[in-house]
Design a protein around this ligand. Structure first.
Ligand SMILES: [Cu+2]
Length: 453
């Protein structure tokens, strides 16, 4: 399913026409003979446009510049230096380039985002294969590094090895080439994806994001009024009104500086300086969303991301972590951790119910309900959790006076990961965000992490 330029596509079609069915496996030959399928029809089916089109490249993001970390951070090679309160950290990453022109596509080199674009797919129903095309724009800051990239869907149980993205066993995408991954997702739940080339480096540098599979049960409003579910539960127990992705990652400043300065870190010295939630650290986690819906992207005339209002330095960190809801609504939090450290996420004052782990509903083999209530979940690297909570009654905006909502804190209770090794967990905070409970008036959510305000 290697994608082709129109010219190459045409030549391949012509080749197929000339070659007849001989290019295909022997099992297909009788069907051609019987006239059931013509080679041209098969080629057209293969050429269906992808559902999403991503690019791998490098880029720059913003992290709180104070206190500095040796000469590693803020990075003196960043495009905004010496303005450190701007883009200041080098990354590798992905961008959603679906629908861009060739010129716009090329312009996205060195404009990677972190975390990688959030996306979701529907469970396979027999005909809805999901196709994700990946290209590689190269690394602007490191033209000497000609690394390929892949898209590996972590925990995906029924992958065809060809589409796995593990580079020794499948195809990887060199600079300037394209490859289309085809998925038939049969297991609903929350997953993560990452580039699997030089994986310690490319994962840590930012080529990581969250993906989830919506169950076939979605749309059934008789089990839960919204018709939205985390799993095919059969009884509405995983139904929800609003959903928020919570993706955990880390930045070791020395490693990011080494990559921008053509140096090699010793990965056994790994020591994360920053712990991130949806690619940002507190209080930036509360800032507005940029363009988050991958199927309806909003971009400028050059195809670049539009920064959240008033926050130009967060242009390449579009995903907000602020949770908004109204009393009695069920809220689904989809956690995934692709940092290298275990996280300990606590929601203070609201009980969470763990309804899924690692894209598996909490049920025993005999159907026993094994979901449980807790205020803290421990998430190891590569693990995911699906958590529901019911928004409590509005108590008059006590959590944040005058704001019109109650505020609850969702944070990593490991001090080093909520303070990012500084002495100031508020202005240099890490994996921390807030749940805002409004008395009412929120619109229905249009896409995950959308506020409805
Ligand atoms: Cu890569």
């Amino acid at each position: 399913m290697i994608s082709k330029s129109p010219h190459k596509s045409l030549s391949r079609r012509r080749f197929l026409k000339n070659a007849g069915g001989t290019l295909f496996g022997a099992s297909l030959l009788p069907r051609f003979v019987a006239g059931v399928l013509q080679p041209a029809e098969i080629v057209r089916a293969q050429d269906r446009p992808p559902d999403l089109y991503f690019a791998g490249t490098d880029g720059w993001i913003h992290l709180p510049p104070s206190p500095p970390i040796g000469f590693y951070f803020p990075d003196d090679l960043s495009p905004d230096y010496p303005n450190v309160d701007a883009l200041n950290t080098y990354i590798f990453g992905f961008r959603n380039i679906t629908g861009l022109t060739e010129t716009q596509k090329a312009d996205q080199k060195m404009k990677a985002q972190h975390n990688a674009p959030l996306f979701w797919v529907d469970q396979y129903n027999g005909s809805n294969e999901f196709r994700l095309q990946l290209t590689n724009l190269g690394l602007a800051q490191r033209p000497d590094l000609t690394d390929s990239h892949t898209l590996h869907w972590h925990g995906f149980r029924n992958v065809i090895p060809f589409f796995d993205g593990e580079p020794t066993g499948s195809i990887s995408v060199p600079i300037g080439r394209d490859f289309t991954y085809v998925f038939r997702p049969r297991d609903p739940g929350t997953y993560m994806y990452h580039c699997h080339v030089e994986d310690v480096e490319h994962v840590h540098m930012g080529m990581t994001g969250l993906v989830f599979v919506r169950p076939l049960q979605n749309g059934n409003t008789s089990l839960y009024p919204s018709g939205k579910y985390a799993y095919n539960d059969g009884n509405g127990s995983t139904g929800y009104d609003r959903e928020f992705a919570m993706f955990l990652s880390e930045v070791w400043a020395e490693a990011h500086w080494c990559d921008s300065h053509i140096q090699l870190p010793d990965w056994s010295d790994y020591r994360a300086d920053f712990s991130l939630l949806n690619g940002r650290v507190y209080p930036d986690t509360l800032a507005a969303n940029g363009s988050v819906d991958p199927f309806n992207p909003v971009r400028d005339a050059n195809g670049d991301l539009i920064a959240p209002a008033g926050r130009p330095e967060l242009q390449y960190q579009p995903l907000s972590s602020l949770v908004t809801c109204q009393p009695d609504e069920r809220v689904l939090l989809r956690f995934a951790n692709l940092g290298f450290k275990e996280a300990s996420m606590t929601l203070a004052g609201i009980k969470m119910r763990v309804i899924g782990r690692d894209a598996t509903i909490m049920r025993g083999r005999d159907g026993t309900d094994t979901s449980y209530e807790t205020n803290t979940i421990l998430i190891g690297p590569g693990e995911s959790f699906d958590v529901l909570f019911t928004a409590p009654a509005f108590s008059g905006g006590s959590g944040s006076s005058g704001q019109g909502y109650d505020s609850y804190v969702l944070y990593n209770r490991r001090l080093t990961q909520v303070s990012n090794l500084s002495n100031d967990a508020i202005s240099n905070g890490g994996q921390r965000t807030e749940v805002h409970v409004y008395p009412g008036g929120l619109a229905a959510q249009q896409y995950p992490n959308e506020w409805g305000i």
